[in-house]
Ligand binder design. Structure first.
Ligand code: FAD
Ligand code: EGU
Length: 472
């Protein structure tokens, strides 16, 4: 143990969560060694990797705020106040996220990571080691072992090992061998591919401050704006379909059928070129428990809870992990044996909840959401919120604009689902009763004189109502 409260931490992984965590630990005066297997991204021309931009929402911002970085990051982001739903016929309809202050931000992964690394490095008590790949841990003594890119190995002994090394975490693999550990991973049948909508006449080619969505049941496209006035567009579809689309003609035919309005935006030639030259990437969902080993090690971010991206929460949840851990260090005065156990107890419930929510949303989008239904559902949610602002809070609002614990958000949604399905039953009943009245009315009108029917006022059921509710 280091002197007094000045604990020594090894943060493994210098991605989004690791770099943020280094700031949190440095701010409290811990001695921090940050290890990243790849070279310093700030020195690279192009960085290969996943998703070029991400949706940053409340949880992530709260964590950035706690280390004084919110302003800097938000300055380099683009506000998205609403989704813009693209219909097959090319029409677009916006659905706001909420009031004016309720917006999410599109941020560049690379810029965010660079800012976080630079902020971490500014602390005199932080040392960053690039091209250090963790290959072993000894949790009895707090030893970490790394292989450098030149082949040499180095070791370090610390008070706390923090695994922020992503979905395929090496720290997690080490923990697995050590304690009784539950682990579950699932690949979904969909892959994703990133395309680009370049600026047109030096301007954004579509409305700037929106998250653009093309919902098409088992296919979906999403586009987020970039600072350079382009949009990064992500195409989600089953690997099987990716594999079945081989030629440029098949590709164009597919886009003409499913996303006709996007062809001009993406540019026919660029679309062909990108598609032919890239591979669809897989998406994995991982749940595990516990997150810690004694008072020596803990995993956070994707290392503890990789999720499918259909709630835009992976990074936000990972950032909230860091914030929660920081709050617990305060609460238990840096007593690691208490903090780590409490972290697992609290966080595993909520991480499981958001993994489930993201997966549930994936299934829902795939099975039954075309653009009309998507619009309808969001409108209904917003309408009920407008009618009962304190009682009806849409699930996405709780997830993206509050720090309501994820598992509580699910609990509240269950209650709302009950109401919605009650509405369904009422609407079915109304349809039947109404139908009966209508038939009776028609029969009377045709067989008897008109005078009798006036005793029964006309009951009209708009056909929209039944379809409106049936999907909940
Ligand atoms: P990573 O970003 O994976 O970083 C892990 C780091 O550890 C890497 O730098 C890696 O090089 C390093 N590392 C790995 N192994 C070792 C080792 N053995 N030794 C040392 N270092 C190691 N989230 C959102 O909040 N909003 C979104 O809009 C969003 N969109 C997404 C879209 C897509 C298509 C995908 C795939 C994900 C999206 N996410 C989004 C999720 C988000 O990308 C992740 O949750 C986030 O990157 C997790 O950060 P991390 O630091 O835990 O892991
Ligand atoms: C997927 C990929 C719209 C970035 C879920 C909404 C996403 C993002 C939604 C990606 C959708 C889906 C929500 C936000 C966000 C919506 C949300 C999904 C950002 C329920 C870069 N999702 N995403 N829900 O409500 O709460 O707008 O790759 F299409 S942000 Cl799938 Cl809020």
């Amino acid at each position: 143990m280091s002197v007094g409260d000045r604990l020594h931490v090894a943060v493994v992984g210098g991605g989004l969560v690791g770099a943020l965590n280094a700031c949190f630990f440095a701010k409290r005066g811990f001695k921090v060694d940050l290890y990243e297997s790849r070279p310093d991204i700030r020195l690279q021309e192009v960085v290969q990797g996943r998703s070029i931009n991400l949706a940053l929402s409340f949880r992530g911002r709260e964590a950035l705020k706690a280390v004084g970085l919110e302003e800097k990051i938000v300055q380099n982001g683009i506000a998205m106040y609403a989704r813009m739903i693209h219909d097959k016929d090319g029409s677009r309809k916006p659905i706001p996220y909420g009031r004016k202050h309720q917006y999410i931000m599109s941020v560049s992964r690379r810029l965010l990571n660079e800012h976080l690394l630079t902020a971490a490095e500014k602390y005199p008590n932080v040392t960053i080691h690039f091209e250090h790949k963790l290959f072993g841990c000894d949790f009895n003594v707090g030893q970490v072992m790394f292989q450098k890119s030149d082949g040499d190995t180095v070791t370090n002994t610390v008070d706390l090992i923090v695994g922020n090394d992503g979905a395929f975490s090496a720290v997690r693999r080490q923990i697995m061998k050590t304690v009784r550990f539950d682990f579950q991973q699932t690949y979904i049948p969909h892959g994703y591919m990133e395309l680009c909508i370049p600026p047109s006449h030096d301007q954004f080619a579509m409305e700037k401050n929106y998250l653009h969505i093309w919902p098409r049941n088992e296919f979906m496209m999403i586009a987020l704006p970039n600072l350079d006035k382009s949009f990064t567009t992500t195409l989600f579809m089953p690997f099987e379909i990716f594999e079945s689309i081989q030629t440029e003609n098949e590709l164009l035919q597919f886009f003409q059928e499913k996303f006709p309005d996007s062809i001009e935006l993406l540019g026919e030639e660029a679309l062909k070129k990108t598609y032919i030259n890239s591979k669809p990437l897989p998406m994995i969902s991982i749940k595990c428990s516990p997150y810690h080993v004694g008072d020596k090690a803990v995993i956070m971010g994707d290392a503890g809870h990789a999720m499918v991206p259909f709630y835009g929460q992976g990074m936000n949840a990972g950032f909230e992990d860091c914030l929660l851990f920081d709050e617990l260090l305060d609460k238990y005065h840096n007593d690691l044996s208490k903090v780590l156990a409490e972290y697992t107890r609290i966080r595993s419930v909520d991480a499981k909840a958001i993994c489930d929510l993201a997966m549930y949303n994936y299934v829902e989008m795939r099975e039954s959401v075309n653009s009309k239904l998507f619009l309808l559902r969001k409108k209904l949610d917003n309408l009920l919120h407008w009618l009962f602002p304190n009682y009806w809070i849409p699930l996405y609002t709780m997830v993206s604009f509050t720090r309501t614990r994820y598992h509580e958000a699910i609990e509240k949604r269950k209650w709302q689902d009950k109401i919605l399905s009650a509405c369904t039953r009422v609407s079915v009943l109304m349809t039947i009763v109404g139908g009966a009245f209508l038939i009776r009315h028609l029969l009377r009108n045709s067989t008897f004189s008109n005078s009798v029917s006036t005793a029964f006022p006309k009951l009209q059921i708009p056909p929209a109502i039944s379809t409106f509710f049936n999907h909940e």
